[in-house]
Design a protein around this ligand. Structure first.
Ligand SMILES: NC(=O)c1ccc[n+]([C@@H]2O[C@H](COP(=O)([O-])OP(=O)(O)OC[C@H]3O[C@@H](n4cnc5c(N)ncnc54)[C@H](O)[C@@H]3O)[C@@H](O)[C@H]2O)c1
Length: 352
């Protein structure tokens, strides 16, 4: 009799890290390939499903599928975003689980932690943008916001700009800046960290690269603080005054058509008539496939905003799964050992 079992690999976050899948260059490459393959029509990307439980806090769980046709894998990220978690419960805002299925039989291949992948994806997109849009000799980076996204973003930026040697950080509370430094200092021993004691201006006025990654919905970053030649990666919602994107020589998005319907600064500025479609230089993939140049002058102020494309999550999850399989980590689980009517003693267990 043929084998009718269905087995998949379960990969916890610890398994992924053990396998060496916390690998920024690997994720950046997977993100690059994902963007290029999507442009080539090699990825299926249906609409996401959003369930918001609280309009005021935006507590939500989203379901985001995508299929990589060349790899023959279909994936879905099931992700929760509860912005109040850090303050209310002292736990993280975002958690995710990812399922990968093969598209030959349709059976699941893997159920894995998706939080690591999701956070790395945001950083990988920022890093890819920085590769094209930041100065090659960038040495200083400044953060407004010191949470999960900010931390991962520093690792991504350091991967593509190893010349970074100074990191400023400003958050809502000084203790968050200290936490940021305590976790990152051992990982980046050649970087000097400077806590700005909640003085946001101090974090950015001497920075070649600026990152805002806050849970605020307020115009925190001011145009007057930005020097010519800076690259700015915007991660959160409404984080800077409209004068910031208006100052930019080049505004690049992961996907402008998606960005403009959301609620972050660029979308708000667009809806308020402060910027138009013509002010957008392009999407990141235009820089990657060479259809548009990235940074052209040392004094350009370049601006990047990604809202997240789930096919990039699936591309990175696939790279992580492949790495974990090769490393032999994880727990193999049987979803079924046989088909329903092949089970022994069914007569004693079934209820009619
Ligand atoms: N663009 C994307 O693809 C993407 C993906 C995931 C998360 N996000 C967004 O990124 C943002 C950060 O997420 P996180 O998980 O790092 O959150 P977090 O809660 O871990 O950190 C938020 C940070 O914002 C800071 N902050 C809040 N109000 C501030 C203020 N007034 N002044 C200075 N700092 C302030 C806090 O001090 C904290 O350090 C959120 O808005 C989240 O929705 C974006």
């Amino acid at each position: 009799m043929s084998d009718h079992s269905i087995r998949f690999l379960y990969l916890s976050q610890e398994d992924l890290i053990e396998a060496g899948a916390f690998d920024l260059p690997m994720a950046i490459e997977a993100a690059r390939q994902g963007l290029l393959r999507y442009r080539q029509g090699r990825i299926l990307f249906p609409d996401k499903i959003v369930q918001i439980f609280d309009e005021a806090t935006q507590d939500r769980i989203n379901c985001l599928p995508a299929t990589l046709l060349d790899e023959k894998v279909c994936g879905v990220k099931w992700v929760s975003v509860f912005p109040g978690n850090p303050v209310k419960f002292g736990v993280q805002n975002l958690s995710a689980i990812t399922v990968l299925s093969g598209i030959e039989k349709g059976f699941p291949l893997c159920v894995m932690d998706g939080t690591l992948c999701s956070n790395i994806r945001v950083a990988a997109m920022g890093a890819l943008a920085a590769e094209s849009l930041s100065r090659r000799d960038s040495r200083t980076i400044g953060f407004i916001g010191a949470g999960e996204q900010a931390r991962m973003h520093l690792l991504g930026m350091k991967s593509v700009r190893p010349s970074l040697d100074t990191c400023y950080v400003a958050a809502k509370y000084a203790h968050e800046e200290q936490d940021f430094i305590r976790t990152l200092e051992p990982l980046l021993p050649d970087v000097r960290f400077i806590a700005c004691d909640t003085q946001l201006r101090r974090a950015v006025e001497d920075s070649d690269i600026i990152v805002t990654a806050t849970s605020a919905q307020a115009p925190l970053l001011k145009a007057a603080w930005i020097r010519p030649g800076t690259f700015y990666s915007h991660i959160g919602g409404w984080e800077e005054e409209f004068a910031v994107p208006k100052l930019a020589d080049k505004i690049v998005c992961d996907d402008w058509e998606t960005v403009k319907h959301r609620t972050q600064t660029l979308s708000r500025a667009y809806k308020a008539g402060e910027i138009t479609d013509r002010d957008i230089y392009g999407n990141l993939v235009d820089l990657l496939d060479g259809s548009k140049p990235g940074r052209e002058r040392d004094d350009e102020f370049t601006y990047f905003n990604a809202v997240g494309q789930a096919y990039i999550d699936v591309s990175i999850a696939w790279a992580m799964y492949t790495r974990a399989k090769a490393a032999g980590v994880g727990t193999e689980m049987a979803m079924q050992r046989s088909m329903i009517f092949e089970k022994p003693d069914l007569k004693d267990k079934i209820r009619l």
